[in-house]
Each structure stands twice: as structure tokens, then as C-alpha cells.
Ligand binder design. Structure first.
Ligand SMILES: NC(=O)C1=CN([C@@H]2O[C@H](COP(=O)(O)OP(=O)(O)OC[C@H]3O[C@@H](n4cnc5c(N)ncnc54)[C@H](OP(=O)(O)O)[C@@H]3O)[C@@H](O)[C@H]2O)[C@@H](O)CC1
Ligand SMILES: [K+]
Length: 514
């Protein structure tokens, strides 16, 4: 699913009105009806008080139109107009008049109005600001937002939490609605997925308001959300007349005394995603450990407690390098010698990344389309400090584009960047913030590359499978008890899950068929 900028959404809006020959007010009506139906389906007429806080622009207009539908279906409502400006939008005015025709009189709020009382069991509809927010809200508006946030009532935001910009981080962190649920029109917004702005969105859902499909299909976006549908397009089925050679040979290079576990985790993950053969390249102290822990893996050893040189006769189809390898002078030399000889795109993680950031000249030796999988600290060492999430994305985009590398920014929503585009993952959970989780990811991505998945696909698909495996695993373990090897154990279920049709999708198809 594509992620549009506010500018693109306004454009889609304009094109839709022209092509469908409808008024902007009709589009607003669609939007409000979609929200109403969403609420009505869940509330079924429940006698819960609904407080609608509306601005004076089109986001406010959506809220006012929604209030009318709720009223007409017997819901108990209270409507507030937050008068932050005199520039009321045309469609806001049209809907306000329709509300007044039904003898509903909003409470107009300005800097002097007392805060309304809100019971924790009430529901708040937040329609103060939408994607038109372009400056920090005035102090008194921020005060209202804080009041709503502390009310403990369930907050449903229309389109985007009020106070959240679409392209920057809020200056006043308190002046943003903390939404329990966001109903976003047609497309999700980038800010739902970044660490500094995603905190304002507990759950989100997209509502289809019938924006022009041609525009939506053809528009080029900088970001794309990656769910099952997107990764299914990459999936390569196993052929009947195939053999283990068909599925490649993954080589995992890393480990040092006390850190052989990292290689063990990565190697077993590479096997589990279907790599035909896996060889681990470790120092001698890891030889017996690996042979005992995973009988399916072959082992080559070099050096005593650290790898001293990286040389091998085999011809791997993918190489994952760096985990648990150490950053001693010996490791640096070994990596440098290897990079000078190597031609294959690599998956580079952990200590190899740290070595690269301390010896940036080595970056020139990395083949194009290699994959870097840094965690935030490793990333900072590589591209320098950033002031916020947006600058981070821009810096990494630039770095990845200049060097033609795939960079995987690990986080709650891992973002894979390549050639100026970002792919935002939707699987995974906080239980996965655990030792060895990253080693497992490196193994998964290397295992996919070994089978012939091109590197960008291997990274996007690998990140998705890693997260999905973690999501399946926590159903048994819970967040706290999840450990990295649980992720690997669930890889099989994550693959099977790719082909499961959800209840939601099944009812969609049967509706279309009937
Ligand atoms: N295609 C779609 O997706 C559809 C979208 N729809 C809805 O439209 C919403 C966008 O509406 P919108 O453009 O009217 O902007 P909105 O956010 O209501 O702000 C209003 C105005 O406030 C102003 N302003 C900004 N910051 C301010 C501040 N801090 N303090 C004071 N004032 C401030 C600024 O005007 P300015 O003063 O800068 O001239 C701004 O224009 C969108 O989120 C969705 O809900 C649907 O109706 C149908 C289809
Ligand atoms: K809003």
C-alpha cells in the first residue's frame, strides 16, 4: 500500500472531484459516512456519550457532518467548535448549517471557554486539525488537546491525530492528540510509522472514500507499506524437480569467543527460510559448538578465538557477515582482505558495520546492492547524528542512494531504503527487542538471497517474515519470554501464514461473489 504525502492527497482530492464530477462537499459527505458506518457497526446504538471536537477547516467539516449522522441515528452527542481561526472552510460552513437545521447548537470554544467535562467512559471524536496543520497550535488549543488526552475517554481521530504534522516532528510534544484509533482517509500517513510520531497512534485503519483509482495507482510515492499482499508477489515456490543445489548456499561469517551464539542463530534462520545449504565460518572456538547445535550446518574455522582471515574454496550464493565478529585489528584486517577479494553482494551486520563506520574507506569495497542491517546506534556511527526521524530518513536515503546499498533501519516499523524509496514493514512486536533477534534477521535475509531473491526483495521479505514469525511466536510465549530462537522456530508458520486467507478477506470475497 502506497504512503502519500499531504500534497499528493490534496492532488488526489482535486483529480477525483474533476473526474467524478462531484462537489467537494459530496466527497466530505462520503468521508463522514464512512466514519459513521465504522462507528455504528461497532457501537450498535449504544447509549455512550460522544463528544465531537471540530476545527474550522475540512477536518472539522468531517466532524460536523459525522455529528449529523450520529444524531440522526439516535446517538447522544455534544459538538464543540474549536475556533482557532476565522477562516472557516466552505464545506465546514455547509455542514454547520445542516447541523443547525436539525436544531443542534455546537459549543464554540476559544481561549476563554471552560473545559467541558468528559467522563472516562465517553467517546471523543477528534476532528480539530487534519493534514492542513502547518504551524504549532496556539497555547489555548494545546490546552484543549491536553485536556482530551488526560480525560481517559476513548479517542477516535479523524484522518490524523490533531496536532500531528504530516512531514515533521511536533515542537510541543503535549500539543498532539494521543489517539486510540485513527481512521485515515484512503491512505496511511508516514508519521504513523516513525518512532517520534507513531507514539500518537495506537491503532489505525484506512477508510476508502473513493478517490480516483487511476491517480492512486499511478502516483509515485517515496514510501510503501509492506503487508502480506506486497510480499506474496515476491514469494518463490519450491519446484518439484529441484534439489538442494537449486536453493543456493548461504555462508554466515562471524563469531568470536563468547559470541558463537550469534552465528548459530543466524545459520539456523538461514536454513529455516529455505537456503539449500548453509556454511558457518567461525573461529576454532566455535567449531564444536556449531556442529553440535545444528547438524544441518557445515562449518569452516579460522583463527582461535577470533577470525584471523577469511578465505574459502566453496562458492556461496550469498554471504552474511559481521555478527559477533569483534572489532579488533585482526578482525578489521580480515574484513578488509575479504572485501578486496569479494564480488558477491553481502548482508552486513553488527561488528562489520562498526568496522565500516570506523574505517569509512572500506565502504568503497562493498558491492552495489549489498544489504546493511544496522540498529540505531550502528546507523548513527555510519551516517552521523540526526535531529529527528525525518532527517534520519533523508540522511540514510542519501547514503543508500550514493552507495547503491540497501539499508534496513531496524525499529518498531523497520524501514528498508533503496534507490530513494522506503518500504515500511508492518509485522513484529516489542517482544522482539531481545538478544539475538538481529542475528536471526541477518540469517533470514542471507538465506533468502542465497536462494536467488534479489537483494531488495530479500531485505523486504526477510524483514516481513522475521516480524511475522515473532508475532506468531508471542502467541505462545508472550512478549517477555520471547527469545530469538523462538522467532526461528516460527519461521515455518510465518511462511504458511502467507497463504492463509483472513476472515476479513474471506467475507470480502463472498460478498463480491454473492
Ligand atoms: N482527499 C481527502 O483525503 C479528503 C480530506 N478531507 C479532510 O480534509 C482535511 C484537510 O482539511 P484542510 O485542508 O481544510 O485542513 P485542516 O487540517 O482542517 O486545517 C484547516 C486550516 O487551519 C489552518 N491552520 C493550520 N495550522 C493551524 C494552527 N496551528 N492554528 C490555526 N490554524 C491553523 C490552515 O489554514 P491557514 O490558516 O494556514 O490558511 C488549515 O488550512 C483532511 O485531514 C480530511 O479530514 C475530507 O473532508 C474529504 C477528502
Ligand atoms: K484530526
Amino acid at each position: 500500500m502506497k504512503v502519500f504525502t499531504a500534497e499528493q492527497i490534496y492532488k488526489a482530492d482535486k483529480v477525483t472531484l474533476e473526474k467524478q464530477q462531484i462537489s467537494s462537499d459530496a466527497l466530505m459527505e462520503r468521508a463522514a459516512l464512512q466514519i459513521f458506518q465504522w462507528m455504528h457497526l461497532r457501537m450498535q446504538g449504544a447509549p455512550v456519550k460522544i463528544h465531537l471536537f471540530c476545527g474550522i477547516g475540512n477536518n472539522g467539516g468531517d466532524g460536523i457532518a459525522l455529528a449529523r449522522h450520529l444524531f440522526e441515528h439516535g446517538y447522544e452527542i455534544a459538538v464543540y467548535v474549536v475556533k482557532y481561526s476565522d477562516k472557516r472552510s466552505k464545506d465546514f460552513m455547509i455542514n454547520l448549517d445542516r447541523l443547525k437545521d436539525r436544531k443542534i447548537w455546537p459549543v464554540y470554544m476559544d481561549a476563554d471557554t471552560d473545559m467541558p467535562e468528559i467522563h472516562p467512559n465517553d467517546i471523543i471524536v477528534d476532528a480539530i486539525f487534519g493534514i492542513g496543520l502547518n504551524r504549532t497550535p496556539d497555547a489555548w488549543v494545546a490546552q484543549i488537546i491536553k485536556h482530551l488526552n488526560t480525560s481517559k475517554a476513548f479517542i477516535l481521530s479523524v484522518d490524523i491525530p490533531s496536532g500531528l504534522f504530516t512531514d515533521s516532528v511536533p515542537e510541543d510534544k503535549e500539543a498532539v492528540i494521543k489517539a486510540n484509533y485513527v481512521l485515515s482517509f484512503q491512505v496511511p500517513k508516514l508519521v504513523f510509522f516513525l518512532p517520534q510520531t507513531g507514539i500518537y497512534v495506537d491503532h489505525w485503519e484506512v477508510l476508502d472514500i473513493g478517490l480516483d483509482t487511476d491517480f492512486l495507482m499511478n502516483a509515485k510515492t517515496d514510501y510503501e507499506l509492506i503487508s502480506k499482499n506486497e510480499v506474496l508477489q515476491f514469494y518463490r515456490p519450491r519446484e518439484k524437480y529441484s534439489h538442494k543445489g537449486t536453493y543456493g548456499h548461504a555462508l554466515i561469517i562471524g563469531g568470536s569467543y563468547g559470541k558463537i551464539g550469534a552465528v548459530t542463530l543466524a545459520s539456523s534462520a538461514a536454513l529455516k527460510v529455505g537456503s539449500g545449504l548453509v556454511t558457518a565460518y567461525v573461529p576454532e572456538c566455535g567449531y564444536e559448538i556449531l556442529q553440535t547445535a545444528i547438524p544441518e550446518v557445515m562449518v569452516i574455522s579460522n583463527g582461535k578465538s577470533n577470525i584471523e582471515d577469511i578465505e574459502f574454496d566453496l562458492e556461496p550464493t550469498a554471504v552474511g557477515i559481521g555478527i559477533g565478529m569483534g572489532t579488533t585489528d585482526t578482525s578489521v584486517k580480515a574484513l578488509e582482505n575479504f572485501l578486496n577479494r569479494n564480488k558477491l553482494p553481502l548482508v552486513i551486520d553488527a561488528d562489520a558495520l562498526n568496522i565500516l563506520s570506523q574505517n569509512q574507506e572500506l565502504l568503497d569495497l562493498i558491492p552495489e546492492k549489498s544489504i546493511l542491517t544496522p540498529h540505531p546506534k550502528e546507523l548513527e556511527r555510519l551516517v552521523g547524528k540526526w535531529k529527528d526521524d525525518f532527517e534520519k530518513l533523508e540522511k540514510v536515503k542519501r547514503f543508500s542512494k550514493e552507495r547503491k546499498l540497501v539499508v534496513v533501519i531496524k525499529g518498531a516499523h523497520t524501514i528498508t531504503l533503496f534507490d530513494g524509496r522506503g518500504y515500511i514493514n508492518t509485522t513484529g512486536n516489542p517482544g522482539m527487542a531481545t538478544a539475538g533477534s538481529g542475528d536471526t534477521l541477518t540469517g533470514i535475509i542471507t538465506g533468502l538471497m542465497a536462494q536467488g531473491y534479489p537483494s531488495l526483495q530479500a531485505a523486504i521479505f526477510g524483514v516481513y517474515i522475521h516480524g511475522r514469525s515473532g508475532d506468531i511466536a508471542i502467541e505462545e510465549t508472550g512478549y517477555q519470554a520471547l527469545i530469538a530462537s523462538d522467532i526461528t522456530k516460527s519461521i515455518g508458520s510465518a511462511f504458511l501464514d502467507l497463504f492463509k486467507v483472513s476472515e476479513h478477506e474471506r467475507s470480502d470475497t463472498s460478498e463480491k461473489e454473492s
